[in-house]
Design a protein around this ligand. Structure first.
Ligand SMILES: Nc1nc2c(ncn2[C@@H]2O[C@H](COP(=O)(O)OP(=O)(O)OP(=O)(O)O)[C@@H](O)[C@H]2O)c(=O)[nH]1
Ligand SMILES: [Mg+2]
Length: 252
């Protein structure tokens, strides 16, 4: 999986920013729009990061904690609180450079079967076809572990993850577990996630907040392609043919 080149590859992750930078960026979050159906969502030309997971897993609370805003996303003890796709814009000086999407949770027993099927279809379509979707954060209550529905979601997104879509599992409500339980569930989830990224998180204890913010910042600011593939015209004229520089040589 690793390459021998030390040159940054376009689209790869930049170094992690200072936690202050990542948290300051997160704090710029503002409500953008809400939609019950996929085709009502506006096209977005910046990276979009979706928060998905079972109802009551802590998606909305996680967004509020990361953005350091109490009520940006609707969080509630009552499962099924989020019933629309809610988009939040991020970026300094009002310039949007990324979008967070809070999705309704799945697996909520009190929802009618037809509503469940309808919503699952919206979500699958969103995950499979939303242009600009850059990363998925799957939130999971570590006391339940990855459930059948989470596994089904993993299967749905697998082809896009293989094509480069970023993916992170956040184990929420870490404050409900002892340190030993946290370590155990982390390693089991890492195993089940096929080596994918997994982080422990607690909104209550502010555990894992900086780390998740730093990773999302990295997702939203991938290394740009270096625009120096061909030398500028005037300096090219100065090069002697004897130099024989390979045309595709890369700078380190
Ligand atoms: N102890 C503890 N409780 C949490 C934490 N995160 C969320 N909760 C609680 O879990 C419940 C559900 O949180 P939400 O953020 O509304 O969950 P959700 O995943 O957005 O739920 P839906 O919108 O129904 O899909 C609320 O009562 C939160 O206060 C946490 O880190 N620790
Ligand atoms: Mg919610």
């Amino acid at each position: 999986m690793t390459t021998s080149s030390t040159a940054p590859v376009a689209g790869s992750l930049p170094p992690a920013p200072d936690a202050k930078i990542a948290m300051g960026w997160m704090h710029t979050a503002r409500f953008l729009t809400t939609a019950a159906q996929l085709h009502h969502l506006p096209p977005i030309d910046v990276p979009e990061i979706a928060f998905v997971g079972r109802s009551n897993a802590g998606k909305s609370t996680c967004i509020n904690t990361l953005t350091q805003q109490k009520q940006l996303a609707f969080a509630s003890k009552k499962p099924g609180r989020t019933q629309h796709i809610n988009l939040f814009a991020l970026g300094k000086q009002g310039v949007t450079d990324a979008v967070l999407a809070d999705l309704p949770g799945y697996g909520y027993a009190a929802v009618s079967r037809s509503d469940k099927v309808r919503w699952q279809q919206v979500m699958v379509n969103y995950l499979v076809s939303r242009p600009g979707l850059t990363g998925i954060v799957l939130l999971c209550d570590p006391r339940l572990g990855l459930t059948e529905l989470d596994e089904a979601l993993l299967e749905v997104v697998r082809p896009r993850v293989e094509e480069g879509l970023k993916f992170l599992i956040v184990l929420t409500k870490a404050d409900k577990l002892t340190r030993a339980e946290q370590a155990k569930v982390l390693s089991i989830t890492r195993l089940n996630a096929g080596g994918g990224e997994v982080k422990m998180f607690s909104a209550l204890k502010k555990q894992g907040v900086d780390e998740v913010a730093q990773l999302l910042w990295q997702w939203a600011h991938p290394v740009q392609a270096v625009a120096a593939e061909a030398p500028p015209q005037d300096t090219a004229a100065l090069q002697t043919p004897a130099a024989h520089a390979p045309e595709d040589s890369q700078q380190n």
